[in-house]
Structures are given as C-alpha cells and as structure tokens.
Design a protein around this ligand. Structure first.
Ligand code: NAD
Ligand code: GLY
Length: 353
C-alpha cells in the first residue's frame, strides 16, 4: 500500500492506494457519521459489502450512467441527506465511478455549506483520475460539467479489488485517461510503450495506477483551481472528446478521451507540434485500446467544442495536444477552422476503413 498526499490551501487530501486499502479504511469507521452515495450497478454487485461496512448509515443509490449526472439527481441526494437527519458532522462517502464521485462530491460541497468527503472509486477511470483533485460537477443543458465546484476529498481509497468486477469496456475507459497521462509524463509513456501488449493485464494496471495519481497530485498541488494553466494540461484530448461525447453519446467518457486524443494528435501533427516516432507510438497505444469509429456528422459534433471551459471565447477553440515526450502544447483555432479540420480527419478515417 502507498499513500499519496495532496496539500492544497483548502484541504489536505490523502490517497491510500493498493490492495487492502478498503479493508483498512473499513476498520476505522466505528462511530463515524456517514452518508453513502453509490449507483445501481455498484449497489447490486457490492450490496453485502456495503451493508457490512456501513451498517446503519443511510445509502443513496442513483441510477447508473452519465444521464444521472444532473441537477435533479443532485437535489435528490441533498433531500435524502436532510430527511435522514444528516448534519454538518456527517461525511459523504462516494462509492462508485466518476459519475457517483462527481455528483456526491458536489452534494458534499453544498450540504450545509460543505461537509467532509471521502471518495472510494470503483472504476479504473475514477481510480486514476476523477476521484483525485476535487473537481465535482453535474451536466446542464447538454453541456458537460457545466455546474460544479472544486471540493477536495479528505481521503481517497483506491483499492484494485473493485476492478475485478469491472467490464472490459470500463477498463478501456480507464486506459483512455492512463494514455492521456502517458502523453503528459515521460516515465508513464515509457512504461506504457514497454508494456503495450499487456495494457489490459490487472497486475499491470495495478502498477500504473499510483504513478498516474502521483502525476495528477503534482499538477493539482500546483494549480488546484485551474488558474495558472498547469491543471488544464489534464484536459489533453478532452476538447474533441467532450464535444463528441455530447453528440454521439453511445460511448463512455474514457473512450471519447481516446478518440479526442487521436483527433487532436493529428491536428498537432498538421501544425508541426508533434510528430515522428513519438506520434506513431501514441497512435499505436490508442490503437491497442480502441478502434477509431467511423463518424458521419463529425463537423456537427465538433461545434459543441465552443462550450469548452478552456476557451476564452466561444469563437476560438483551445486544445491541449501531445508535443514531445513528457510535453504537451496548447493549440488555439478559430471555431470554423477547427470544425472543418475535424470533418476532414473523420473523412480520412472513413476512407481508411
Ligand atoms: P461511471 O461512473 O458511469 O462508471 C462506469 C460504469 O461502471 C457504470 O455503469 C457503473 O455502474 C459501473 N461500475 C462502477 N464500478 C464498478 C465495479 N467495480 N464493477 C462493475 N461495474 C462498476 O463512469 P466512469 O468512467 O467511472 O466516470 C466517468 C465520469 O467521470 C464522467 O462523468 C466524467 O465527466 C467524470 N470525470 C470526472 C473527472 C474529475 O476530475 N472530476 C475526471 C475524469 C472524468
Ligand atoms: N480531469 C481533469 C482535472 O481533474 O483537472
């Protein structure tokens, strides 16, 4: 087991990583006032563990899936907290993937102006990314994460035991964010290339989780509230990823991160920002995890990039793209040029199939 600490001006956050971290956490719960939020899939699979661990604590179960990341679900959690007698002495426990973590985190930040928060991520994506760093949110009007807050968890329990029940597709989603770290961090890139044939291997995934979290912890410690440009590097591939996610919907966030990274890597190559063996290796890693889908209407989908939070104005699209090993770059493009380029890349993918 390994502890990673993020010390920010608002909160010290301790991330306990490794097998046995959940059991260790469960031993120290006696007398704690907890309000547990989970989703319908996690509750179905882990009901016995939840009942044994959290005994008489209220458990709020949201319907699994991104469609639950709404204001209405958020209000449902807050109402349940009030009705079950929760006070400022309570801690919200988010037990689930990124959807549960984002919405329960936002509920914790709002209830009585803020109560303690513990994240227990149960998907690979939430273990390497969303449970760490304090971004919480719900979607609004088809805009992802439009309402949210920075709210650090006091503790994060990252136990690979939860990955044993995770469908392969969800592992793929987690690998989307892991490859993103590879494009930001030379050591992670080297490890991924050296292990490109065992990306889905559980032992490998366990070994790469802490380095990814450590990368994120360093970034968050340097720019907790996304103010000085450091934290937005964690959004590599996400501009196009989020735009496609809103339009095509059929895949999950992590898969769209991979697709977005691929498109933005090609834009980086077109602009001479990235290239050579490095670009080929990143494409190889992406190809090991996902087949690029053929998209009609890619230009229409790309229009949603105007809502990206990195943009200074809606007419200019900002993207964080891979540059060199361990280095990324920001590309800003007029919206119309971006949309046209995305359409061309989609056509090229279609022709190659
Ligand atoms: P998710 O929470 O929807 O989980 C994916 C699926 O796996 C769900 O069906 C869930 O019920 C199921 N599941 C969860 N744990 C399981 C387990 N142990 N065994 C079997 N099934 C399990 O999706 P996700 O990929 O974890 O997270 C995506 C969300 O995270 C998106 O909303 C995205 O915007 C957000 N996100 C937030 C941040 C952040 O910094 N806050 C970063 C990245 C992504
Ligand atoms: N996932 C991006 C961030 O936490 O900033």
């Amino acid at each position: 087991m390994q502890d990673i600490v993020i010390d920010t001006p608002t909160q010290k956050s301790v991330i306990h990583c490794g097998k046995g971290s959940f059991e260790q956490f469960a031993k120290g719960l006696d007398g704690k006032k907890l309000f547990v939020v989970t989703d319908s899939n996690v509750y179905r699979i882990y009901r016995d563990l939840i009942e044994k661990t959290f005994k008489n604590s209220p458990v709020h179960v949201i319907k699994a899936g991104e469609a639950s990341k709404t204001y209405t679900t958020l209000i449902g959690i807050l109402k349940h907290m009030l009705e079950s007698g929760a006070t400022r002495a309570y801690t919200v426990v988010a037990l689930g993937g990124g959807v549960v973590g984002d919405i329960a985190g936002l509920a914790a930040s709002l209830f009585m102006r803020g109560v303690k928060l513990i994240q227990i991520p149960t998907t690979l994506l939430s273990q390497v990314d969303s449970s760490v760093g304090g971004k919480t949110a719900v979607d609004l009007n088809n805009v992802k994460n439009a309402i949210g807050a920075f709210y650090q968890p006091g503790e994060v329990i990252v136990d690979p035991m939860f990955l044993e029940t995770l469908p392969k597709r969800e592992i793929r989603c987690g690998l989307g964010e892991i490859i993103k770290y590879g494009a930001l961090d030379k050591e992670i890139y080297t490890t991924l290339c050296a292990n490109s044939d065992r990306l889905f291997d559980m032992e490998f995934l366990e070994s790469i989780t802490a380095p990814c979290i450590q990368h994120k912890a360093n970034v968050v410690a340097g720019d907790e509230k996304d103010l000085n440009g450091l934290r937005k590097t964690l959004n590599l591939g996400h501009t196009t990823g989020h735009a496609f996610e809103l339009y095509y919907k059929r895949k999950s966030h992590g898969e769209f991160v991979l697709i977005g990274t691929y498109y933005e890597l090609i834009i980086a190559q077109m602009q001479g920002v990235c290239g050579g063996e490095y670009a080929d290796n990143l494409k190889m890693l992406i190809g090991k995890v996902i087949k690029m889908p053929v998209y009609d209407n890619a230009q229409k989908a790309a229009l949603a990039a105007k809502f990206d939070k990195k943009n200074d104005e809606q007419s200019t699209v900002s993207m964080i793209v891979p540059a060199k090993e361990g280095r990324c770059a920001e590309i800003k493009m007029p919206l119309d040029e971006y949309v046209k380029t995305i359409g061309e890349i989609a056509e090229e993918i279609k022709e190659k199939k």
